[in-house]
Design a protein around this ligand. Sequence first.
Ligand SMILES: NC(=O)C1=CN([C@@H]2O[C@H](COP(=O)(O)OP(=O)(O)OC[C@H]3O[C@@H](n4cnc5c(N)ncnc54)[C@H](OP(=O)(O)O)[C@@H]3O)[C@@H](O)[C@H]2O)C=CC1
Ligand SMILES: O=C(CO)COP(=O)(O)O
Length: 344
Amino acid sequence: MSQSIVTDTKRNIGIIGNGSWGTALAKILTDNGNAVHWWLRNEESVRYLNEHQQNQHYLKSVKFRKGSVLPTSSLEAFFASCDYIIFCVPAAYAQSVLDRITADMLKGKQLISAIKGILPSSNLLLNDYLHRELGFPLQDYISITGPCHAEEVAAERLSYLTFSCIDESRAALVASFFTNTYLRTTFNHDIWGAQLAAVLKNIYALGAGIAHGLDYGDNFLSVYITNCYREMHRFLLVHFDLVHPSEDRPDMHTSAYLGDLLVTAYSLHSRNRAFGMMIGKGYSVAAASLEMSMVAEGYYASKCMQSVADTLGLDIPIATYIYRILWKGEEPAAVFRNIEELLS
Ligand SMILES: NC(=O)C1=CN([C@@H]2O[C@H](COP(=O)(O)OP(=O)(O)OC[C@H]3O[C@@H](n4cnc5c(N)ncnc54)[C@H](OP(=O)(O)O)[C@@H]3O)[C@@H](O)[C@H]2O)C=CC1
Ligand SMILES: O=C(CO)COP(=O)(O)O
């Protein structure tokens, strides 16, 4: 795609995080004619991006037009330049960035979360953390979810994203920045449901990878995923009753729910599936982590969501079995024999 770069200063968009997804989002935005500010945590990555117009380590097939991305390693300079800030650091590492952000830096900004994880130090979603710790207004927070792998965006294969915000009109506006011929967008006000579903699906998809590694077939996997979806639904309904009683119940018929569970459980691009597959094949968690150059959020989410479920007294048996494999060192084959008995 080629368009001229938008110099409209009212739409200053920035991305925090330089992994595959941050790079894919930068591609969409620059393809749509926006100049994108980009915070990268190390100076060498900034230098490389400036010199080569591509990310040194992730999604190298994406080449940016000169001047379309504006990288910096100074968080202060980055915040001063942006009105819309996309947060795209894996949840496991997000705290190191959050610790450097003050309420003043966030004043007047729209925060767009592209992470599909929960913060391990607090077991909170990013919006709840920012609201509680920095008084950030919940209506200024938009999430991006939906079944979408960075690699397919890089190849401009038709994909769909969901934008959620308490104030639907803001979700609609931000969605419009991303819409183009290979990227369709929808928007809603389901901010907690969409984010929680994204966290949970990573755990279940990692479990699907384990099943795959253990040599279960497609017949088993389809039943496993159906049961995961049912468990996710049960969890969300009770979670909403207990934590967000006045919010609309999540609309599980949208692709941010089933669609994302399916793509993460089945796609060869999925890091959660790949990580799980190694566990199923007998790798230890440490060995599987070493093999991965990218992050499988489901591993960290498994511990966080177990803690959330225990605190609220919620039962998530399949996720608990995955947690026991990942964090309690239980033997995958034996645990999956228990999961077999659970499924219907
Ligand atoms: N990839 C995808 O297709 C999609 C990803 N997402 C979500 O986007 C979020 C970001 O993931 P993604 O872009 O894929 O990440 P990747 O797994 O592609 O890359 C890892 C990122 O983590 C950073 N990182 C690694 N170690 C540390 C550390 N110790 N401290 C701080 N940062 C570190 C890396 O920075 P560095 O290179 O400097 O080490 C890099 O930016 C996740 O929540 C993911 O679930 C959502 C939809 C699709
Ligand atoms: O969220 C994703 C696809 O929608 C990415 O999943 P993985 O992190 O497993 O690659």
